[in-house]
Design a protein around this ligand. Sequence first.
Ligand code: SF4
Length: 400
Amino acid sequence: MAVIVREPVLPITEIEHSAFCRTDEPLTSKPLVEEITANVRWQRLPQRYMAMSPEELAGRIRDAKARLGTRVVILGHHYQRDEIIQFADFRGDSFLLSQNAASQKDAEFIVFCGVHFMAETADILTAPHQKVILPNITAGCSMADMAPTDEVLDAWDEIAETVGEGVIPVTYMNSTAAIKALCGENGGIVCTSSNAAAVFRWAFERGRKVFFIPDQHLGRNTGVKLGIPLEEMVVWGRFKPSGGLTRQQMRDARVILWQGHCSVHTRFKVSQIEEARRRYPDVKVVVHPECTREVVAAADMDGSTEFIIRTVNQGAPGSVFGIGTEISLVNRIAKENPDKTVFCLDPVVCPCSTMYRIHPAYLAWVLEGMLEGAVVNQITVDQETARYARVALERMLTVR
Ligand code: SF4
């Protein structure tokens, strides 16, 4: 009989992010018991997995995956550690992986090595008979956690009531399924960091104002790309009555930005770019648009993880790249481009701590569970939410 275990995703704090910043250790997996610190909340795991060596875990994962065959597909987000990525059938950004999930019609299990909102999106896009599994149920996203559904619904009601018709809700992929559903139900849409500018153009063809959730930096950087002056973009402040905005400010703004950010990408500073240019006068600085406006303005280029990978891969031998994104990805790009100099702009090595919660011990646990008929950490989105969230996702697919 299948056993389904569901636990709420724990919110992630900034302190927890910094708990993972290490300057003195390489980013390689240790037995799980050594990785867990008192400050960090991880999902409980059967004791026998806790002390297994990296070699034993790798062997068990390889064996379980082989025995499951085509019943299982493993998806690995670019920010996952190498010890997970080596087992991924597909690797990519959140949207690419969800598309991969949707195209794997024969697989019974989709194991999403990423974070919670990605697994939700995969569940929305996959067929009803497929089960989407998140190996560690506490792998959330601190940015998505900054936009609790109830808060966003209240803000939406007030904004829509104040400005009337013509405001289009747009949410970044990094949000709950319920927020995607809010967008789908109200003429809105989802975007990724690859297509945010095209999605904004789509929205402005249908309305005169965008309410953007949850990353204020991606929203602001996208608005600037479309020529919207900074003073026409306001921030809906959390924990403030009416978001700290007057009714006139809400009416005048072209873009209302939710007060959320990525704890990893906001670590990058203009001073780090200046230092990189001092050390390497020919450096090309490429950053993710979740970085602050100042950092994006100081960089040579900005774009999604897929854009960053492509840019470095296409660089001439001998070229130098200073990268502003998550360290596991930067390290991998550097390894795969030995003819170039590729380095992270932030001298303090800081992985995305929530992505890092997918330790090989969890992957071994869920795969071996499947062999015994136990389904752990299945992520499901209720049908009503999924229906409207799918509308917002499908609108995004029509945008070019
Ligand atoms: S890198 Fe930032 S936005 Fe991406 S999953 Fe981690 S916390 Fe969330």
